[in-house]
Design a protein around this ligand. Sequence first.
Ligand code: FAD
Length: 444
Amino acid sequence: MEKILIVGAVGGGATAAGQLRFYNKDAVIKIFDRDSVMSYAACGTPYAIGEVIEDEETLLMADPEQFKEKRNIEVYLRHEVMGIDREKKNIQVKNLMSGEEFLESYDKLILSPGGTAVVPAIKGSDTADIFSLRSYNDMLAIKQYIESHNPQSCTISGGGFIGLEMAENIKELGIDVHLVHKSDYIMSILDEDISREIEKELLLNEVHLQTNAYITEIDGRSQTLSNGGVLETDFIIMSVGLAPNVSLAKDAELEIGETGGIVTNDYMQTNDPDIYAIGDASENFDLVTGEPKRVPLAWPAHRQAYIVAKHIIGEPIAKKGLLGTSIVKIFNLTAAMTGLNENKLRELEIPSVSLIHNGNSNAGYYPDHGKLKLKIHYDPNTREIFGAQCLGTKGVDKRIDVIATAMYAGLTVDDLQALELCYAPPYSSPKDPVNMAGYKADKK
Ligand code: FAD
């Protein structure tokens, strides 16, 4: 009977186990995770902190008993995988509760160890209440701190996805929020003009923003910034990045790529064909450029789990490149993007032109319509779409999802005008913004 071991029981790991059991009723499947909870929705944790999600336990999708009962999958929580012996095809596991160590053999091994929040070493860090948000237990720690300390102010370091979601959710609790961001503008995956609109939304909602600034020293409630400024706040949230958990893979001499992720082939196999790597710790490639790319988001982790399951059962489906399609809510605004942004196109010296369509999310006469900005980068000669970004109060997700689909299908920017998209006044216009962008490209 085939024996499949999985490291990591959340986004990619739990999904891979479920998919494998769906296709293979007989295999022995065991999952190991060093954490005390499994299969939770990490993406919901900022909203549980902000009490938009009232019961944080709704984020817990399954527990080991359910996995055993419903799927005959054994899950070992508080068990850390310490090493991989590729010759003998076993892993070394440490039971973190008892301290006991044991070996577990495998036929196939799936690594889905995710990443760890980067917490920079800053002088005086030990004098302050500092948190990062990576896991369910990180969320509980932040919630418990807020409940027990009743803080009035917070500094968030890092204006990426998690930093912005935390800024909104903490502000909504009535806590004064200072957001500091190291570079010139927040959300560096977006184009500057889109990011600047988000900055305005933050200011409108009384989040104090400082760009070109980072914390250099901490002394209790006081934080000195690189620009000479000083902030006085009750606690700090560090959201400056994610380091892929690749030490296990490195120690086992699995290849690590230029993005810092574990190199994988079309079927998510590492350079050892019996070991797969998926999720935040795996390296993939960019759909547009073919360059190595690592996208630490939930969609790739889930898709890759499926690709691995299909490969193991002998029905291989090759992975496709990633676009990094993503979305974020900032108070009343939503920003979404897919593909390459202006900076990346410039850096790679790819000749491109951009069009911007400013319009409405849906019929202008319908009460709750909103403004929408849609921006598309494309090749002026071949008309290939390189990437798109959208900003607005409504319907942003739909437009970017349509363009991401168009990119996967290899449609050109001119094809966008001919897409027959759904319309009724509450949702769109007879010519959807995506169609309008296609017509505009034609005029250009
Ligand atoms: P994870 O889900 O992080 O799971 C990795 C697991 O491996 C962890 O539980 C860890 O304990 C375990 N592990 C690591 N090393 C070992 C070891 N040696 N032994 C045993 N266990 C080990 N994505 C989106 O697409 N949209 C969103 O809105 C979004 N919001 C997010 C918000 C937050 C606050 C966070 C933290 C993430 C968010 N993500 C979002 C990202 C998404 O959650 C991840 O991309 C996804 O969970 C990745 O799955 P994974 O399996 O690679 O890693």
